[in-house]
Design a protein around this ligand. Structure first.
Ligand SMILES: *Cc1c(COP(=O)(O)O)cnc(C)c1O
Length: 381
């Protein structure tokens, strides 16, 4: 038996505020009511740990969960009540049909071949099988062209073989409310949905939930907003969820002319105090933050100097008094001083990517109702 995990085994700490996730769920659910609110927890709940995030949302009343791949559905089902529905957005890979027919799983049918394979299995089983149907309303990513979807609606055999739980589509520009594409996609989607009376409609992701009420449909599918990321200019009332801190491994003072890190990308122009901290690109701390990003401590920005290494990053702490930081202390990377969005901007990417890359070596600390539970990454207790 491995010894039980203790937090001291980890050099970096990722705090996930489950109360904030639950509050964000309530905020979105309140905004879209009477439409129902689902939750997108693909990619391990955007990197935050689906084994903890899934049950927290379930406790908040969520009963419809979305994952991208079938391999994500099983682990999620294990931590939810049996009344939860798990919708598999990417649909059915060849050979996975029987696995997608597990009770509680609802694959999305995205193409004519996915529809055909699902109907074949339904005929073999002699009963209708649950599914969602995705329509491509303009994004050109996943989903049937509108004419093909409408054609299905006119086939009585389709209704006998497929227990249609949802007709859905996805918006390409939901984070940009002014884009005409939003209304155009909605109109195309509605024209298809009209052929499936009585089947719930879903088009809104996080951004869509903050567009007008006509985008709410019967069920919304927010992901990133649950995790505290602003999904567009109309969003309001969302709480930050994530905090990331890493330990200082070593502190040193260097003289003018001294090089720092791989390639000596940084050469000190004057005497400098540096701290080497325990986070690198292997932890999802982007390498492109070298010379651009920062850590924070005591309200002070600590610029990253030189290149980010695999396991460490060096920051300039000259602005702090000597006694402010010691080896083993933690500095903030994401939190009240530096938002996830700021880190994403510095790295030239979006918060989604920073979140989903958050590494396998951070201790996960889950905060809920005044309690803190520590989990090792990949720990599915
Ligand atoms: C990822 C995804 C969502 C959630 O998107 P957010 O922008 O994170 O809210 C919703 N629907 C589909 C089809 C998705 O792929």
């Amino acid at each position: 038996m491995p010894s039980p995990i203790t937090i001291d085994a980890f050099s970096s700490r990722l705090s996930v505020d489950l109360d904030a996730i639950r509050a964000n769920y309530r905020t979105i659910a309140g905004r879209i009511a009477p439409a129902r609110c689902g939750a997108v927890v693909k990619a391990n709940a955007y990197g935050l740990g689906v084994a903890m995030v899934g049950p927290a949302l379930y406790r908040e009343g969520c009963r419809t969960f979305f994952v991208a791949q079938l391999c994500e559905a099983g682990p999620l089902a294990q931590v939810l009540g049996s009344d939860a529905e798990i919708i598999i957005l990417n649909g059915i890979d060849p050979g996975s049909e029987a696995l997608c027919a597990e009770p509680g799983f609802v694959p999305v049918l995205n193409s004519a071949t996915q529809v055909e394979r699902w109907r074949t299995l339904a005929r073999a089983k002699g009963r209708p099988l649950p599914a969602a149907l995705q329509v491509d309303s303009g994004m050109s990513r996943l989903g049937l062209p509108p004419v093909e979807a409408i054609d299905l609606a006119s086939h009585p055999a389709f209704a006998r073989e497929v227990d249609l739980r949802l007709v859905m589509s996805h918006l390409a520009c939901a984070d940009e409310p002014a884009r005409a594409a939003n209304a155009e996609q909605l109109a195309r989607f509605r024209a298809v949905h009209a052929h499936f009376p009585g089947v719930p409609a879903s088009i809104a992701n996080s951004g869509g939930a903050f567009l007008g009420g006509e985008f709410h449909g019967d069920l919304a599918r927010p992901g990133v907003a649950l995790f505290g990321v602003d999904p567009g200019p109309l969003a309001e009332g969302l709480r930050p969820v994530v905090r990331l801190d890493a330990r200082i491994l070593q502190i040193r003072t260097i003289e003018a002319g001294t090089g720092v890190g791989y390639g000596f990308e940084h050469i000190a122009a004057a005497r400098q105090r540096l701290a080497t901290i325990a986070i690198g690109y292997a932890d999802g701390w982007p390498r492109c933050l070298g010379g651009v990003g920062a850590a924070w401590h005591g309200g002070m920005r600590l610029p990253i100097v030189g290149r980010v290494s695999m396991d460490s990053t060096t920051v300039d702490i000259s602005a702090l008094p000597e006694e402010a930081l010691h080896e083993g202390d933690f500095v903030e990377l994401i939190g009240p001083s530096q938002s996830l969005d700021q880190v994403a901007r510095d790295a030239g990417t979006i918060a989604y990517e920073i979140l989903t890359q958050l590494g396998a070596r951070h201790a996960r600390i889950y905060l809920e109702s005044g309690a803190a539970r520590v989990r090792a990454p990949g720990d599915h207790r």
